[in-house]
Design a protein around this ligand. Structure first.
Ligand code: 5GP
Length: 206
């Protein structure tokens, strides 16, 4: 039985990276899709763990080699999801989380209709503004670009399967965890195991 793709999209500063980090620690069999990006590495980011940071030339080569499940320009940089990474994990039965933007989410959903999509928002746009002010990892120019893109991103919420508001982080983590765990209990995923149990019970007594 193959695993599933979970896509989480949210405007910058909603807190999704923290939530994803927590989920990865809590849920066995859940992995993170490490994207390629041409964006500059931030101080707190680890090469190969948060992103695979590459030059524009390297990114173009990856495109030419058909390495991407999807790739997009987001806030002035290029980001792409490795097809090999995603497929090899789900083929082994693992679930994978993709932290990608709305354009990328639409592209993956087209290629992989079974992907489960989650859109996350902060409790208010004012709240988002406050989080941006506190964030020192982005330049003022970068913050401005991200702020300008928010309206466009918000247009996409209704294409998503689940909507989550990140008011209290522990609650949000529990909500996303519930989505992932409930999906693992879907009938089509459990059917083979169920049939095995039922057959073991019925056959010996026949
Ligand atoms: P950041 O630069 O803040 O890490 O990410 C900026 C945006 O790019 C976020 O919305 C994030 O979800 C998105 N992003 C990260 N990786 C990918 C990717 O592989 N593909 C796409 N389409 N978006 C990505």
């Amino acid at each position: 039985m193959s695993g599933d793709i979970f896509i989480i999209s949210a405007p910058s500063g909603t807190g999704k990276s923290t939530i994803i980090r927590r989920l990865l620690k809590m849920i066995p069999g859940l992995f993170f899709s490490v994207s390629y990006t041409t964006r500059q590495q931030r101080k707190n980011e680890i090469q190969g763990k948060d992103y695979c940071f590459v030059s524009q030339e390297e990114f173009t080569e990856l495109i030419n080699n058909n390495e991407f499940l999807e790739y997009c320009e987001v806030h002035g940089n290029t980001y792409g999801t490795s097809e090999k990474q995603v497929l090899s994990l789900i083929e082994k039965g693992f679930d994978i989380i993709l932290d990608i933007d709305v354009q990328g989410a639409m592209k993956v959903k087209q290629k992989c209709p079974a992907a489960i999509t989650i859109f996350m928002l902060p409790p208010s746009i004012k709240d988002l503004e406050e989080r941006w002010q506190k964030r020192h990892s982005d330049s003022e120019q970068d913050k401005k670009i991200r702020r300008n893109n928010i309206n466009q991103e918000l247009q996409f919420w209704h294409f998503y399967d689940y909507l989550v508001i990140n008011k209290y982080i522990n609650e949000t983590v529990e909500q996303v965890k519930a989505i992932i765990i409930a999906n693992r209990c879907r009938k089509d995923k459990q059917e083979t195991l169920f049939r095995t149990i039922i057959n073991e019970e019925i056959l010996p007594s026949l």
